[in-house]
Design a protein around this ligand. Structure first.
Ligand code: ADE
Length: 223
């Protein structure tokens, strides 16, 4: 899988991708992530990528020309399964969408900034709009990093068995059960006995019961 990300501040994401699970995915040859600086596609000596909004109002708008140039340059190299714009008014991200996107080959992510992008970018190029929650970030970069992390960890081989994505919260619409490790007793607080029993079927049943109870309590909307 390959993910290309267009941003006016690609540096914001560089260290995240260099240190997270994404680095492992990259080193194993399972996922490639490429950052593209929008300014490189701007003309003029100031490499301007934004301008005032027609009709007035506060805030700058990312112009269509550098974005179109960048997207077309990337499209000349490969076909994208989706061109995704990260924006607070997009579809709220959920595991279901992450699962679907993890099966794709080429994704192109576009990060907004300031007041967002010229609407024509959305009309002409974008195939999917995603929000990571009902709050406004100062740019789409953190959202792109969140989305990329959630997708890439699902690519087969990226996670080890012990961190298998199949047992994640949300993967079966249930929250994950509690987990414990050594010591078995900490200041009189013992780990649930069943987990030390070695009885696999009983442990599975306990985990399912815990998942159901937790989901009912904290996220009944998932049931
Ligand atoms: N850009 C700014 N806020 C955002 C959000 N909540 N989700 C995705 N992109 C954004």
């Amino acid at each position: 899988m390959r993910i290309d990300i267009i941003s006016v501040v690609p540096k914001l994401m560089e260290s995240f991708f260099a240190h997270s699970i994404l680095k492992r995915a990259k080193n194993k040859g399972l996922a490639e992530i490429h950052l593209h600086d929008l300014r490189m596609y701007a003309t003029g000596k100031n490499r301007q990528v934004d301008d005032y909004a027609f009709g007035g109002g506060a805030g700058m708008v990312l112009q269509i020309e550098p974005i179109a140039r960048c997207i077309r340059a990337l499209q000349s190299e490969r076909t994208y399964d989706e061109i995704i714009y990260l924006t607070p008014d997009g579809e709220r991200l959920a595991q279901r969408t992450v699962n679907q996107l993890s099966l794709k080959t080429n994704l192109l992510l576009l990060c907004g900034h300031y007041k967002g992008v010229d609407q024509r970018v959305r009309d002409l190029f974008v195939t999917k709009e995603i929000s990571i929650g009902d709050y406004v970030l100062s740019g789409g970069e953190l959202a792109a990093a969140v989305l990329t992390d959630a997708i890439v960890r699902l690519v087969p081989g990226v996670l080890n068995d012990e961190t298998s994505a199949l047992t994640d919260s949300f993967q079966d619409n249930l929250l994950a059960p509690p987990v414990y490790t050594r010591p078995a007793v900490f200041e009189e607080n013992a780990v649930p006995e069943v987990l030390l029993s070695g009885h696999e079927a009983k442990i599975e049943q306990w985990r399912l019961d815990q998942s159901l109870a937790l989901t009912k309590l904290k996220r009944p909307d998932l049931l």
